[in-house]
Design a protein around this ligand. Structure first.
Ligand SMILES: Nc1ncnc2c1ncn2[C@@H]1O[C@H](COP(=O)(O)OP(=O)(O)OP(=O)(O)O)[C@@H](O)[C@H]1O
Length: 704
């Protein structure tokens, strides 16, 4: 009571002072000012001073800042009401926290600021009491004449709350709960709602936000814009304006990281619209604009196997995209001494596939306990609407291209089986003899062109066609049986195949493998992309007496009956069994000079997929050899060669021998060298023709 008296007295003194000021202002001040002054201050203070109509005051305390810790919704409602209903005659507002100046919905009363309101002919006043005068709490004070007490309490205040509730700003926080550094870790938990909303807001940003951040470069050198911390952007949906505001949370977790929060602010009265229509719309639209990211992580060194999508993607990027990346790493030396370029951590490149732009980013992996485990991660980012295209077509394309590049760039090896230095006697292992650098190719191979093309097509349909083999349930392997007289190019064909496919060559010396178990061990060690070669397969197996014959039917080794040995069925079963259980592509090539001597189990269909006859030199084969050895495609002497080749059988090896320019050929010039070689070949062919004629004569005479 004493305090109230004291306040009235103070008010009275203040009012008396105001009376003086008012008189002066009425005389000297601008027109209309006295009226406003009388209305807003003098009348109220005068009434209170004269005890005619004492003012009732009601303080609504914002207990957000009080000891109760519960948000006082009444303050919020009243504030929203005042902002909307009474803002016309207020000159100063404070913009609450958002940084979007001038947006009326976000304005609120400044401390000490007072506004009037009218309700059914009654004027009331609202005052935001300065914090200093009310023990740090935020108070909203309503003042009204005593005689309208019932009206104010029973009707005005419920009306304020009702209206305010509708004008209040609802807020929804969407928090990025994924790792703030966005690195890959065990707890990586992509928050799709946040990502989608963020994508939507990012798109909005390009329209009317002011404080932006350029987040990353995209293919066409433009920026991907996003909100800066504290920045806000407005959006309109069905004539309702809402705001998105980006902030960072206080560091909460023990790694001191902050979380991104996207706060949606909207008029409470549109709550249903926002929740039921706007937010689903935001997520849907954002999802369409969202970049999906796929991480392709390299396998740790301790996990065996040569299938590594990471390596394939890296190889692909090295050729397809290194064009526009700046920070590169020369990863490994390849076949022809070029470098295999790859992205340095944090570096990104773009790629285009069927008019879709994608981005690849090299992401640092968090350090692992195995610090020397040099692993990497390549992140693919693409617009979500292209999900099917990317997953079903682009990624397989990338892997296939990468695989081809790796195989093209790697150094092929030539392996042979040898006795293990440790372990049991008879245990064998593969030893890399040299890099396989045989110059033979299908171009230099002398063979009928149609036949050659057929073989190449067969190899093409085998290579990189894992999906097909998987679909038909067949192991990814292929067998070729090469047969023909010595010197017709069987070994040359294998070298050409190896070079064409870029496969390693495993030259198996089957006769030195003591038993089937060793054979199986060797076969399991053969890696993908290899050709296993077993030459002269007809001489590799002992007969039922434990004897092995050479080509001419002579015994070349003699064992004893019942001794453990490698058998044809063992070899074939292992090739079927072991290779069926292994992934990767493998080819087996068997050669023989005597196809008739081969076991039917070997030649049956499904075992050796293609039987290739390497035959004597025809004119087409000769032309290939002439091009290889002499560098000529035509010559007057070719006609004679053609005639002779029609009647004489000569192996390509013999033709090659004749065409080799030797030291004894006069160094008088290239033409004479060529002529000398062709002459030598014709002489050889003539000789063979005469021999043939001579051999045919006695037969004819005998017949007569
Ligand atoms: N078809 C061919 N095309 C090109 N060169 C060939 C061809 N055939 C043979 N040659 C040449 O002859 C040499 C011997 O040929 P190759 O060793 O390939 O014959 P092969 O059929 O494997 O003989 P063998 O049955 O005795 O092993 C090769 O180095 C090559 O120079």
């Amino acid at each position: 009571m004493m305090a109230a008296m004291k306040e009235w007295v103070t008010d009275g003194v203040r009012a008396t002072g105001w009376v003086g000021w008012a008189t002066l202002l009425a005389y000297y001040g601008p027109r209309g000012l006295p009226k406003m002054y009388l209305k807003k201050h003098l009348r109220r203070y005068a009434r209170r001073l004269l005890f005619l109509d004492p003012m009732v005051t009601i303080d609504i305390i914002d207990s957000n800042s009080s000891m109760y810790g519960q948000p006082n919704i009444v303050v919020e409602e009243a504030m929203a009401y005042i902002t909307k209903a009474c803002s016309r005659d207020v000159l100063e507002f404070s913009a609450k926290g958002t940084g979007v100046q001038g947006r009326s919905l976000l304005l609120s009363l400044g401390e000490g600021q007072e506004v009037s309101d009218h309700f059914e002919g009654v004027t009331v006043w609202w005052l935001l009491v300065p914090r200093g005068s009310s023990s740090g709490e935020s108070r909203l004070r309503l003042m009204f004449p005593q005689r309208h007490r019932a009206l104010i309490l029973d009707e005005y205040l419920p009306h304020v709350r009702r209206q305010g509730r509708q004008d209040m700003l609802g807020t929804i926080d969407i928090i990025d709960t994924s790792s703030p550094t966005n690195r890959i870790g065990d707890e990586f938990n992509p928050n799709y709602a946040f990502k989608e909303v963020n994508a939507y807001v990012t798109k909005l940003c390009s329209r009317d936000a002011l404080d932006l951040r350029a987040e990353g470069t995209v293919h066409d050198d433009s920026f991907l814009l996003s909100l800066r911390n504290g920045g806000a952007v407005a959006d309109r949906f069905r004539d309702v304006t809402v705001w998105w505001w980006l902030s960072l949370s206080e560091p909460t977790t023990n790694d001191n990281s902050k979380q991104k929060i996207l706060r949606l602010m909207f008029p409470q009265r549109h709550r249903a619209l926002i929740l039921e229509e706007y937010l689903p719309h935001v997520r849907r639209t954002g999802r369409e604009d969202l970049f999906i990211s796929i991480d392709i992580i390299s396998k740790p060194a301790f996990i065996p196997g040569d299938d590594d999508a990471y390596k394939e993607v890296k190889a692909y990027l090295s050729s397809a995209c290194s064009g526009d990346a700046l920070d590169l790493r020369a990863e490994s030396v390849v076949k022809d001494d070029r470098f295999l370029l790859s992205l340095r951590d944090g570096e990104e490149v773009s790629d285009r596939f069927r008019d879709v732009t994608l981005r690849w980013l090299s992401v640092p992996l968090p350090s692992t306990k195995k610090s020397n485990d040099d692993r990497g991660c390549l992140r693919l980012m693409f617009p979500k609407q292209h999900r099917v295209l990317i997953l079903d077509e682009y990624l397989p394309h990338v892997r296939q291209q990468g695989r081809n590049l790796i195989s093209r760039n790697r150094r092929q090896g030539l392996y042979t089986n040898k006795q293990k230095s440790t372990g049991y006697r008879g245990d064998m292992e593969w030893s890399r003899i040299i890099d396989f650098e045989h110059p033979a190719t299908f171009d230099t191979l002398a063979m009928c062109p149609t036949k050659k093309r057929k073989i190449m097509e067969d190899l093409d349909s085998f290579r990189g066609n894992e999906g097909y083999y998987r679909r038909i349930g067949k192991p990814w392997k292929r067998g070729y049986l090469l047969f023909g007289p010595p010197g017709t190019g069987k070994s040359t064909m294998i070298a050409a195949m190896g070079n064409y496919l870029n496969y390693d060559i495993y030259d198996m010396e089957l006769t030195s493998v003591s038993n089937n178990s060793n054979l199986r061990n060797l076969l399991t060690k053969i890696t993908s992309k290899s050709i296993i070669v077993i030459e002269d397969i007809d001489c590799c197996f002992e007969d039922f007496n434990g004897q092995r014959m050479n080509n001419q039917g002579m015994i070349i080794s003699s064992g004893y009956k019942g001794k453990e040995k490698v058998t044809m069925s063992g070899l074939l079963n292992f090739i079927d069994g072991v290779w069926s259980a292994q992934s990767g592509e493998r080819i087996i090539v068997l050669t023989t000079n005597f196809p008739d001597k081969l076991d039917a189990a070997l030649t049956r269909s499904g075992r050796m997929d293609m039987h290739i006859e390497m035959s004597y030199c025809c004119f087409e084969s000769f032309k290939t050899l002439a091009r290889n050895y002499l560098g000529i495609g035509a010559h007057p002497m070719f006609q004679r060669v053609e005639e002779l080749l029609q009647v004489v059988e000569i192996t390509p090896a013999d033709v090659a021998e004749c065409l080799l320019i030797k030291a004894d050929v006069p160094a008088a010039g290239f033409d004479r060298g060529v002529e000398a070689c062709l002459r030598r070949l014709i002489d050889e062919l003539d000789k063979k023709a005469q021999e043939k004629e001579a051999a045919a004569k006695p037969k004819r005479q005998r017949r007569r």
